[in-house]
Write a protein that binds this ligand. Structure first.
Ligand code: EPU
Length: 480
């Protein structure tokens, strides 16, 4: 099956033409149909070791929100170091349908991985925002990109009315919006749900409010900050999320003229201003992509240097790698992970930042599956995150889940098999687990990986891995 979305200006990861079989070199930037396929597979051989240097570009989960934040100021904003991934292309389309002119260009500076192979991993995005942007994000795009919900806050602040399709849940959990809604309501918005849309209006404008989040939700913190920057008066968000991506968006907003204090702490204070200016801003490095390579090095007993990220954003994750027996060296904007022996079992608990990131849970399970001993892995953020454990079990991992806990008993080697990527991070985790398995592992539905990792295949090759990407034959429909 091929989805119909076509994305101008940005070539997304592509697939080889049907019938060409396994082919080398297919990835972002190659010529071909930019349609998203859900039958792409990545195939790796086991007994492989990640070794070399890899550069990470800007964080998906920052760039998506930076693009939405551009809506807050009429005029031309430019965001650089934006990852060249499907989700960003979809966000570009969301903004276009809101009346913005969106252009993806060669990034400045060009990411250094181009010299090693593959297409550029980053882009610069120029967004021309009209005086009166549109007020509706429809289900067609929101179902493809849950993060489209982040246009709610900025559009409500600019236009006083907005309709955004309710994104629903996804493969990692139920994913509510109650904290977004109750926070905006406290700021004077009237919010209802109708025909699958969240409809928010504030005809008199938004006003400052004291908001205590039940949980430090990343998305709710971002929506509320973006609404508060143009509200009348002071908003205090308590129990706010503290992720580096929150600091990044606040940094951009401050440079646009917003008055914000406390970003990166649990209490963010925003004093509303009447108008913001467009800006040029570089996206913070992707700590989840960097963490994926850190765990990949540990799992494959490899030696990987990662550049493009302040390693302090990964402090707890790198501590876990050290506890497992890894050697970690950090520098200003880089780190190196080596593993010279079989990893030792370590327990991991996911928590909001600065805790261990839920998005690295598949990598933590992969490491545990190969470690000497039993690890207790606890997931506290998403109720469905363990769904992918069944796929890891197909690779021979010994995993028992009970609610939000998983006990993983490590094995010397996994066993290659066909498996399916259920979400972005699970897909990356399964591909890396395949490097530690006997024989061949074929991970299908890798369009999920394309949503979060720019040219994963080229990065794997740069780290010495033989890897193929192709389109698997579609299954015939069965009828009776
Ligand atoms: N939640 C509610 N009500 C709300 C908001 C959140 O119940 O109003 C719940 C969610 O259902 C979830 C938990 O709170 O169980 C955490 O949600 P949060 O709002 O913090 O996450 P998010 O903003 O939806 C972002 C990232 C995720 C990342 C999480 C946690 C983006 C686009 N997504 O999601 O990234 O896992 O924060 O760090 O920023 C990924 O990149 O693969 C990914 C899933």
């Amino acid at each position: 099956m091929t989805h119909s979305l076509r994305i101008p200006d940005l070539t997304i990861p592509t697939r080889p033409q049907p019938g060409t079989g396994w082919s080398a070199g297919v990835g972002p930037g190659d010529a071909g149909d930019p349609a998203i396929s859900d039958v792409d597979v990545i195939r790796v051989n086991g007994a492989a070791r990640l070794a070399g240097t890899v550069h990470v570009v800007g964080a998906k989960n920052s760039a998506l929100k930076l693009m939405a934040a551009a809506l807050l100021a009429p005029g031309r904003s430019v965001i650089t170091n934006v990852p060249r991934i499907t989700d960003i292309a979809i966000m570009g389309e969301v903004l276009r349908r809101l009346g913005c002119d969106v252009r993806f260009d060669v990034d400045d500076p060009v990411d250094p991985m181009v010299a090693v192979g593959g297409a550029p991993r980053s882009r610069s995005v120029t967004i021309d925002v009209p005086e009166q942007p549109g007020v509706e994000a429809d289900y067609d795009l929101v179902r493809r990109l849950r993060a489209s919900i982040c246009v709610l806050g900025p559009l409500l602040a600019r236009r006083g009315y907005v309709r955004v399709a309710h994104p629903g849940g996804d493969a990692i959990g139920s994913r509510g919006l109650d904290m977004h809604i109750s926070g905006l309501t406290r700021m004077g918005a009237d919010i209802s749900g109708e025909h699958g849309f969240v409809i928010a209006s504030a005809p008199q404008g938004l006003h400052g409010a004291e908001i205590t989040l039940e949980f430090p939700s990343v998305g709710a913190t971002e929506n509320l900050v973006m609404a508060a920057v143009l509200a009348d008066g002071t908003t205090v968000i308590d129990n706010a999320a503290r992720e580096p991506e929150i600091v990044d968006i606040c940094t951009m907003l401050i440079r646009m003229g917003a008055l914000i204090e406390g970003e990166g702490t649990s209490t963010i204070t925003v004093v509303g201003v009447p108008r913001l200016q467009p800006v040029r801003h570089a996206t913070v490095g992707d700590r989840i992509v960097a963490g994926t390579w850190a765990f990949g090095a540990a799992m494959t007993r490899g030696d990987v240097t990662v550049t493009g990220l302040d390693p302090s954003y990964l402090e707890i994750a790198l501590d876990k790698v050290v506890a497992a027996g890894g050697l970690v060296e950090t520098r200003a904007n880089a780190f190196r992970v080596r593993m010279e022996e079989r990893p030792r079992a370590v327990d991991v608990v996911t928590l909001p930042y600065p805790g261990f990131a839920t998005d690295l849970l598949p990598m933590a399970i992969g490491l545990a599956a190969l470690s000497d001993g039993a690890s207790l892995i606890t997931e506290n953020i998403f109720d469905g995150r363990f769904m992918f454990a069944n796929e890891m079990m197909r690779l021979g991992a010994d995993i028992k889940t009970d609610g939000h806990h998983a006990v993983v008993r490590g094995r010397e080697r996994l066993s290659g098999a066909p498996v399916r990527a259920t979400d972005i991070r699970a897909g990356a985790g399964l591909i890396i687990a395949g490097l530690c398995a006997d024989g061949v592992t074929e991970v299908s539905h890798v369009h999920h990986v394309d949503r979060g990792y720019p040219d994963f295949v080229a990065d794997l090759r740069a780290l010495g891995i033989e890897v193929e990407r192709a389109t698997a034959p579609e299954e015939p429909e069965l009828t009776i």
